[in-house]
Design a protein around this ligand. Structure first.
Ligand code: NAP
Length: 280
């Protein structure tokens, strides 16, 4: 029998718990989000983050810049937010326009205010097995989902497709820290189907509709669909959900799986960074 990993339900539970915790605080956590340009997907994601923050009682400020903004403007704003005691967490919505270096931007964010958990210090801490100030939101959300359904990955072959700095690479490290045997695949990987076929846990973070088909997967495996792309007006995942559903033991729906877990993890990070700022 196949179980759906219900990210919508778990994220609602997480945000309810956070709402109660935030209600007990004298001061509200404050998340600052920098959005550059008019990318519709980014605007949608930032809107969802702001809405969730407000529901929980977290203050959120969105700082919007036009598409042609120069790098210095963004770096100066990050510096200002780093030094602002009333801001506890900073998120720069990616991707950024080409004239702005994502690497420079990520490195400019204070690790203690790193809402997305992607600064070199936090990623480095994860790599050496030390607790970071914040974990990257999407990988953190995926592990929370596995925990909720008591899925033990120790000794299992976990295959991660995609090697971005925000999803694939940190996720692979976090799975390794939990004693999974991890393979990372990307656009240059040869024999992708053979590798996928041997996955006990498959995580696809590509953004290609129906990349993962029924004939590619191992029976009774766990399938996590991170990727998003558009078919007409519909947002879809990487996995051919309807055709392979019955073959697997656990699977995330898309939408309603990893997406809401990413937002809930961001809210948890913001709350934790606020507490960190108060406890020194
Ligand atoms: P990304 O920067 O969009 O890169 C995509 C990755 O997929 C790259 O590593 C690329 O390989 C790899 N790839 C592309 N075509 C491939 C193929 N045919 N076979 C194997 N690998 C292939 O990565 P991202 O930022 O992690 O985003 C990935 C997807 O997840 C996107 O659709 C994004 O919208 C979605 N996403 C969803 C959430 C959520 O909360 N649901 C959060 C974050 C991202 P190369 O490195 O060789 O180019």
């Amino acid at each position: 029998m196949t179980t759906i990993l219900d990210g919508k339900k778990l994220s609602a539970k997480m945000t309810d718990e956070l709402t109660q915790k935030v209600a007990m605080l004298d001061e509200k956590p404050h998340l600052a989000v920098i959005l550059v340009g008019e990318n519709p997907a980014s605007e949608l994601y930032v809107g969802l983050k702001k809405k969730t923050a407000e529901k929980i009682g977290i203050k959120s400020t969105v700082i919007k810049y036009p598409q042609n903004t120069d790098e210095k403007t963004v770096l100066d704003k990050i510096n200002e937010l780093n030094n602002d005691k009333n801001v506890h967490a900073i998120l720069v919505q990616l991707p950024l326009p080409g004239q702005i270096s994502e690497k420079k931007v990520i490195q400019a964010i204070s690790p203690q205010k790193d809402a997305d958990g992607i600064t070199p210090e936090n990623i480095g801490k994860i790599s050496i097995g030390v607790e970071p100030y914040a974990y990257p939101c999407t990988p953190k959300g995926i592990l929370s989902l596995l925990d909720e359904y008591n899925i033990n990955i120790e000794g299992k072959h976990a295959v991660v497709i995609g090697r971005s700095n925000i999803v694939g690479k940190p996720l692979a490290q976090m799975l390794l820290n939990r004693n999974a045997t991890v393979t990372i695949c990307h656009s240059h990987t040869k024999n992708l189907t053979d590798i996928i076929k041997s996955a006990d846990v498959l995580i696809s973070a590509v953004g290609k509709n129906k990349l993962i088909k029924k004939e590619m997967i191992k029976s009774n495996s766990v399938i996590i669909d991170v990727g998003t792309s558009k078919v007409g007006n519909r947002v879809v995942g990487d996995v051919d959900f309807d055709n392979l559903f019955e073959l697997v033991s656990y699977i995330t729906p898309s939408p309603g799986g990893v997406g809401p877990m990413t937002i809930a993890s961001l809210m948890e990070n913001t709350y934790n960074l606020f507490k960190l700022s108060r406890n020194g």
